[in-house]
Design a binder for this molecule. Structure first.
Ligand code: IMP
Length: 430
């Protein structure tokens, strides 16, 4: 009953999509457990180049059931669009998609509230993706959310909305001074969503558990990364969900001890989108060069990503929270052009050397990275698929990352395609 959790080990955009696509060849289920369409998972394979926001990355492998778990927030219109767009590329997921009846829905007012709240924050804006993620999760915790199961019973939904909408509309009108949302509009939309998505809405928790109990393989698809986690990230500059190992369990109703493999996906350097502290951020030509070579622009918003050196302090912290059984290093080839590469191995905070990030963002902003510099490699790593073919200096770099993370690097990605992958240890066999 192997369950592989695929977790973002930094600030998201680590290349989880490619790794999930790679592992899904051997999976029975690929199940997404957190976030919403703020995520953008890139998959490049024989079928084409894809950017998935809600649909799990198992859709390209035959016989895989793709589950959207209870921990995900689903914008129904975006999901319908994504299903249609895949269909246009010849990928029919109507027989392989399941949505948890307990997943919360992103309603049109959540998207409006996200944009209005960001505008009101002004200089202190989080830099959200504007997809309604925060307001949808806020409603979930306030117990005023609408769940997938609710659109299956429109009479009950109407009663529920009659309680929920007046408060939301008071906020829209009295706090932000904008037009309220009509109950009629939401009910009409819900009827349409029921027609288009109703058949996929199911009690998936039992199904995932039974598959594991019967010896099946499940890939737990994370979104975003630990440093954007609501509890363990750089709060308040975080998303509103739990992209960590705990989120994998609650977001799919999986018992923690059913998770056999925990894969921490790290980019060979660091990136971040949106505001918030980033100790190793590069403001020079090196950062610009990496952004250009690696096309580091948000998959969902198109915003330029901030670039920095690999941060060993945050990497070790990430492993401490998630307990990786394997580390995966992606985009090693992006560093091919550099004469030397730096790694942050500690922070100096108010004159003292520390090896754990402080909890407060103001203190993290004051941390000055301590760097180690390693020589670059003269032979490119791009496309390499055997560890023996990796240049000596690139291997030394990966080995140093491994020491700092505190976990063996079992997979190295050297390019966007499935076969641009070095399987250092065959974790699928273990
Ligand atoms: P939200 O999730 O849209 O509320 O955005 C909160 C913060 O998380 C912002 O800084 C976003 O840029 C960041 N964020 C959300 N999703 C992703 C992602 O998939 N990759 C990278 N950053 C993300």
């Amino acid at each position: 009953m192997p369950a592989y959790a695929i977790l973002g080990a930094q600030w998201g955009d680590e290349g989880k999509g490619k790794i999930i696509d790679y592992l899904s060849k051997r999976a029975d289920i690929v199940a997404r457990f957190s976030g919403g369409n703020n995520a953008g998972h890139t998959v490049i394979n024989d079928l084409g180049d894809f950017s998935l926001h809600l649909v799990p990355c198992g859709v390209f492998s035959d016989g895989v059931i793709n589950v959207i778990g209870n921990g995900v927030v689903v914008d129904p219109d975006v999901l319908i669009e994504e299903i249609e767009s895949l269909q246009q590329s010849g990928i029919d997921i109507t027989q392989s998609l399941m949505i948890s009846e307990r997943a919360h829905l992103i309603m049109p007012y959540h998207v409006i509230l996200d944009t209005l709240a960001e505008a009101q924050r002004g200089e202190t804006a989080i830099g959200t993706t504007g997809k309604g993620i925060g307001p949808a999760y806020s409603d979930k915790t306030s117990r005023t959310g609408i769940r997938a199961a609710d659109i299956l019973d429109l009479d009950n939904l109407k009663t529920r909305l009659e309680t929920v909408l007046p408060f939301t509309n008071a906020v829209l009108e009295k706090i932000y001074g904008v037009q309220p949302i009509s109950l009629k509009l939401i009910l009409e939309k819900s009827e349409y969503w029921q027609k288009r998505l109703g058949a996929f809405i199911k009690p998936v928790g039992r199904f995932v558990n039974d598959t594991l109990d019967n010896g099946g393989t499940v890939v737990l698809e994370g979104a975003q990364g630990i440093l954007l986690d609501l509890d363990h990230g750089t709060y308040p500059f975080v998303t509103s969900s739990s992209p960590t190992i705990g989120g994998a369990s609650t977001g799919l109703a999986i018992q923690p001890n059913q998770i056999t493999n925990v894969l921490g996906i790290f980019k060979a350097y660091n990136t971040r989108v949106g505001s918030g502290p980033f100790p190793t951020e590069l403001f020079d030509g090196i950062g610009e060069g990496i952004r250009t070579i690696a096309k580091e622009f948000g998959t969902t918003t198109g915003r330029p990503r901030r670039i920095g050196w690999f941060d060993g302090v945050l990497a070790r912290y990430s492993n401490r929270i998630n307990g990786y059984t394997s580390a995966v290093i992606t985009r090693l080839d992006v560093l091919d052009h550099l004469d030397s590469v730096s790694i942050c191995v500690g922070y100096k905070l108010d004159g003292e050397i520390i090896d754990e990030p402080p909890g407060g963002v103001a203190a993290l902003e004051r941390c000055i990275p301590e760097y180690e510099t390693l020589p670059g490699w003269d032979v490119p790593t791009a496309g390499v698929s055997e560890i023996a073919d990796l240049p000596k200096n690139a291997r030394a770099y990966v080995e140093r990352l491994e020491e700092l993370i505190g976990c063996s690097v079992d997979i190295i990605s050297t390019g966007p395609h499935r076969d641009h992958t070095i399987m250092v240890r065959d974790i699928l066999a273990s």
